[in-house]
Every structure is written in structure tokens, then in C-alpha cells.
Design a protein around this ligand. Structure first.
Ligand code: EPU
Length: 311
């Protein structure tokens, strides 16, 4: 922690100064001010103090520029925001935005409720997973969403149906809204079968992704091809960015402490000395090489936080 201290409060919420923002890359800058509101009322107070605040989830898909961020950062860690309510008979599961997705999945599997096990192995908070419609080959977050509870920047609570939330491939229409909870509708199933399915998905991921190294999962979204590419895919087909990066010869490419994984080329893995600008520099270089080789422009999946007046 850099110079942490409770030298300020916002509507009763303690604010930490110069707080490290935990991300899976384990590099990058700090938050000038970080708060942990415990409920909607405290979140509203934070919004009144800085309507442009940023919400940090599990930090699993986030890169913070080395200069840190000037806006207030909030982490929804309190009991209210990490609750998981399971109604086994109706299959309705409500999870707070700060609850960790793997915990929600495990609880549902144990309760014999099926539908979320397809997301096994995705590290995320429920709010973060909703905002970017996290997912993979086996399913997307949006598939089982019934309702999203959120707060707008004026502090008003809103409820959205799945349709209103505007989910798409690794994106949502949630925009500036702050997700506070998500309700899922799941199906009754056999707990042992669901566990097997979850474990099988985990095994697939462990075999094809560098799960033990420090990374934020896939760095780029899978692009849709404008034209057919021999051996890659047809026009209009969404293809693996990892495959393109691999075929462009980028595996093992390094900038400072950041390296393109040899296991899966869409993963940038970081050594302890890595900086956020190493990661960005590597992503830029990978983008150049893929464009030069295939004429395809890759769009980052990793969210990058950078403040205007940051160094
Ligand atoms: N491939 C290579 N080289 C590589 C990587 C992949 O040849 O370095 C080939 C594989 O052999 C396979 C094909 O590309 O034939 C597809 O690879 P994979 O099954 O790993 O799927 P992906 O499209 O690269 C997507 C998601 C992952 C998710 C996996 C599995 C995106 C951007 N990526 O990857 O999501 O885990 O499917 O479900 O949608 C993430 O979003 O952070 C993420 C890791």
C-alpha cells in the first residue's frame, strides 16, 4: 500500500489516499482516493462527491496506467454488495455487484442450479462481468441474466431487464450506470452433473491458458473478419484473436516485464518488474504485427484506466 490513510470521509465512508488498485496484472498506478461504500446510500454519497467516479471490481480485466487515476475509485466490498441469495425452488439467484463470480458459480452448482457453470474459470466481480458481458466458448454472462440493478450518476436506482441491459459480444449497454446487483434465472439440475461440467470446463481452460501466470485473461476481443483469410476463417466469421497473434509470430514477444504467453497468444503475462506501460507497449506492438500480417485491427478487451493529467 502506498501512503494509505483515513484522512477523509465522504458521507461517513472512509477514504483511503494513494491506494493501490489491485489488478490481476499486478502492476500500474494508484487511486488518489479509494472508498468502500457499504450500501446504496453510501454509494450515492460517493457519487455526490465525484459523479465521474470509477468502480473497481475484481481487477481481472483491468490495467491502470502507471500515473494512476485522479477520479474517486470505489470498491463494492461490503456485505450488502457481496451478498448471494439463492432460491432453490424458483431458481432465482441474486448476487451483489461486488460478489465474486466464481463464488456465485460454486454456490449455484452446490445448490443444483444450472446455467452459470459455463462461466467456470472466469475471474470477475458480478458487476464487472455484467458491464463487459464476460464469457468464453461455453457461454456468456448475459445468457442467464433476468435483471440488472444499478445506480445512475445522479444516485437514482434503476432496474433493467436483460434486453434493456443491451448485452453484446463482450459488451453491454450499461455504460455509465453502476451495477449494484444482478438477478439470474437458473434451471434445476443435478449437483454432481453440474460439478462435473464445471470441472471439465476448468480442465479445458487449464490446458489451453496460462492460468498460473499473472495476466488479465484475453487482451483483445475476437475480431470479425472483413474478408476471408486462408486457414483462419471466412468473411463475417468471428475468429480467435489468439490464433491471429500466434500466426503473426508474436508468442514470447516481450516489452520490459510484459510477455505474450507461449501457451495462449491472447494473454499478456507480467513479471514482477512489469509496468503498465510495458503492457500497453506490448499490446500496441502486437496490434501492429497482426495488422501488418493479416490486415485485421484488434480491439482491446482489457479495460485501460488513464486520467487526463496523469504522468
Ligand atoms: N489458438 C492458437 N494459438 C493461440 C491461441 C489459440 O492456435 O495462441 C487456437 C486454438 O488452438 C483454437 C482457437 O485458436 O483452435 C481458439 O482458441 P480458444 O479455444 O482458446 O478460444 P479463443 O477464441 O482464443 C475465447 C475467449 C476466452 C475464453 C476461450 C475459451 C475471447 C477474446 N476469448 O478465446 O476468453 O477463455 O474462448 O472459452 O473471447 C477472456 O475473455 O479473457 C478469455 C480468456
Amino acid at each position: 500500500m502506498t501512503a494509505a490513510g483515513a484522512i477523509e470521509t465522504i458521507g461517513g465512508v472512509r477514504v483511503e489516499r494513494g491506494a493501490k488498485i489491485p489488478t490481476w496484472f499486478r502492476c500500474g498506478g494508484a487511486a488518489d482516493r479509494l472508498a468502500r461504500p457499504r450500501d446504496e446510500g453510501e454509494l450515492r454519497a460517493c457519487l455526490a462527491s465525484d459523479p465521474g467516479l470509477r468502480v473497481v471490481g475484481d481487477g481481472a480485466n483491468l490495467l491502470v496506467a502507471d500515473g494512476g487515476v485522479r477520479e474517486l475509485v470505489v470498491s463494492l466490498e461490503g456485505e450488502r454488495f457481496t451478498r448471494i441469495e439463492v432460491d432453490e425452488s424458483s431458481g432465482l439467484v441474486v448476487a451483489g455487484a461486488g460478489a465474486r463470480l466464481p463464488r456465485v458459480i460454486n454456490l449455484c452448482v452446490r445448490s443444483g442450479l444450472g446455467g452459470l457453470e459455463t462461466l467456470a474459470g472466469i475471474p470477475a466481480s458480478v458487476g464487472g462481468a455484467a458491464a463487459m458481458n464476460a464469457g468464453g466458448r461455453f457461454g456468456s454472462f448475459a445468457d442467464r441474466v433476468e435483471r440488472v440493478d444499478a445506480m445512475d450518476r445522479e444516485g437514482r436506482e434503476v432496474e433493467l431487464t436483460r434486453e434493456q441491459a443491451g448485452f453484446g459480444y463482450r459488451t453491454s449497454g450499461l455504460g455509465e450506470l453502476i451495477v449494484t446487483a444482478v438477478a439470474f434465472r437458473l434451471e434445476r439440475g443435478d449437483a454432481a452433473d453440474l460439478r462435473d461440467r464445471r470441472d471439465e470446463i476448468m480442465r479445458t481452460k487449464t490446458a489451453s491458458q496460462p492460468m498460473r501466470e499473472r495476466s488479465a485473461g484475453c487482451c483483445f476481443k475476437n475480431p470479425t473478419l472483413g474478408e476471408a483469410i486462408e486457414g483462419i476463417g471466412a468473411a463475417g466469421e468471428r475468429v480467435s484473436a489468439g490464433l491471429l497473434i500466434d500466426r503473426a509470430g508474436c508468442k514470447g514477444l516481450m516489452v520490459g516485464g510484459a510477455r505474450v504467453s507461449e501457451v495462449h497468444a491472447n494473454f499478456v503475462v507480467t513479471a514482477p518488474e512489469a509496468t503498465a506501460s510495458d503492457v500497453v507497449g506490448l499490446m500496441v506492438e502486437v496490434g501492429h504485427r497482426v495488422r501488418a500480417r493479416f490486415g485485421v485491427t484488434l480491439e482491446p478487451e482489457v479495460v485501460i484506466w488513464r486520467s487526463e493529467n496523469a504522468s
